[in-house]
Write a new protein. Structure first.
Length: 111
């Protein structure tokens, strides 16, 4: 893992649409230099809930330089969080950035 904090775009209050698969009308928050390495999953989720002033039941992340349809991954527990950190701090890339999507409508989208 890189020693640098993570930069992320947090998308919320949007809605996922299936055909084509997109996230419509989101609010976007840019979070710069977030030190997620010192957080566990529960702390990270609490941070996001405070950031967007809402609950985060259904959370997803998208790998860098990939479309939603190709690389949207669910973020629901500590194991997913470890994979999220690995993706965000990819050693092959100097730009430690990852996008987070919060589904306020609680629809299962990865079936």
């Amino acid at each position: 893992m890189s020693g640098d904090p993570l930069n992320t775009d947090v998308y919320h209050k949007g809605i996922f649409a299936p055909n084509p698969f997109v996230y419509f009308h989101p609010h976007k928050l840019l979070v710069i230099m977030l030190d997620v390495r010192n957080m566990d999953f529960k702390e990270f989720k609490t941070y996001l809930q405070k950031l967007i002033n809402n609950r985060c039941r259904n959370m997803y992340y998208c790998l860098k330089n990939r479309s939603l349809v190709d690389r949207l991954m669910e973020l629901r527990d500590e194991d997913d969080y470890v994979r999220f950190l690995d993706a965000g701090f990819d050693d092959d890339d100097d730009d430690d950035k990852i996008d987070i999507y919060i589904d306020d409508y609680h629809e299962p989208i990865l079936d």
